[in-house]
Design a protein around this ligand. Structure first.
Ligand SMILES: N[C@@H](CCC[C@H](N)C(=O)O)C(=O)O
Length: 293
């Protein structure tokens, strides 16, 4: 009798249980949240690509897994997969979704708690209006931290030429790599072409999330981000922090600024260079599901 091979994407779901998930979004950056704490389910790159597929899967920009805490004070930890199956180390919108998920689940309680991401322990505050504020860590500008190759010292602006085109950008690590280009009009910025081009340049050995920022005033910036592993998203929380940090360092905007993304607004505050930058914004549940594929 011929053997029927299990779908490779389903192979990571052990014990024949369906994989339960929550579909959520933060300012339009949509995520699938999966609780791995019972040890019955594990994810791999193939399953994450299948979940992330917008035609044959759930469809999302990132997949976040709830796991046991790694630090003494945290209630839980999470890992981050991009929809192309690559692992990421920071996800601002995802952090707010995880915070809302942990509160609904009863793992967290009250208006303040800590949660571990792959890069840091983040302090979470639930605000009176229902938004979540996350301490996103201290932005790091050293080229080795981004990482960027070919530069030894941090610069406010780097200029690179490629095929007779010059790109001027700031670069910063928010735990994940970001480049930020200032543009006159974000609506007509070449996000879909310059985004992947810049990501592929050898200066970014781990690729990078590429932000296009239009300064409207000292209190408000419009931003679009071409993300590593997901393409252009409706919002990127770490990208909003990166854009704010680059523009604050240059003195272009105030230390408390609204970042308006296609999917919604985030409030970014960075009181001084040695303090963690904070991001405040929404987190929403969309639906609950079982993955059967
Ligand atoms: N959407 C996220 C960032 C997700 C990870 C990123 N694509 C990477 O690979 O570094 C956010 O809200 O920060």
């Amino acid at each position: 009798m011929a053997e029927v091979a299990a779908s490779p994407a389903a192979s990571a779901v052990r014990d024949s249980r369906a994989l339960r998930f929550s579909k959520m979004h933060g300012a339009g950056n949509d995520v699938v949240v999966v609780d791995l704490r019972d040890g019955l389910v594990s994810l791999d790159a193939m399953l994450c690509r299948a979940l992330g597929d917008r035609h044959t899967g759930v469809g999302c920009d990132q997949i976040l897994t709830i796991e046991p805490p790694r630090s003494a004070n945290a209630v839980a930890s999470y890992r981050i997969w991009n929809s192309d199956g690559s692992l990421a180390r920071q996800c601002g919108n995802g952090a707010r979704c995880v915070a809302a998920w942990l509160l609904r689940d009863g793992t967290a309680s009250g208006d303040a708690f800590d949660v571990d991401s792959p890069v840091d322990t983040h302090h979470v505050t639930r605000l009176a209006d229902g938004r979540f504020r996350i301490a996103m860590g201290v932005p790091r500008f050293a080229p080795a931290d981004v990482p960027m190759s070919g530069f030894e010292h941090a610069q406010d602006e780097y200029v690179l030429s490629h095929d007779d085109r010059a790109f001027a950008f700031g670069a910063v690590s928010m735990g994940n790599p970001h480049a930020v280009l200032e543009v006159a009009d974000v609506a007509s910025a070449p996000v879909e072409t310059a985004g992947p081009l810049l990501q592929s340049l050898p200066v970014f050995p781990d690729s990078a999330n590429i932000g296009f920022a239009q300064v409207e005033s000292r209190q408000r910036v419009r931003l679009r981000v071409y993300e590593r592993g997901a393409g252009e998203t409706l919002a990127c929380g770490s990208g909003a922090c990166a854009a704010a940090a680059v523009l604050m360092k240059r003195g272009r905007v105030d230390r408390d600024v609204t970042i308006a993304l296609p999917g919604g607004e985030l409030q970014i505050a960075w009181p001084d260079d040695d303090a963690p930058i904070t991001m405040a914004g929404p987190a929403a549940f969309v639906f609950e599901g079982e993955w059967l594929a």
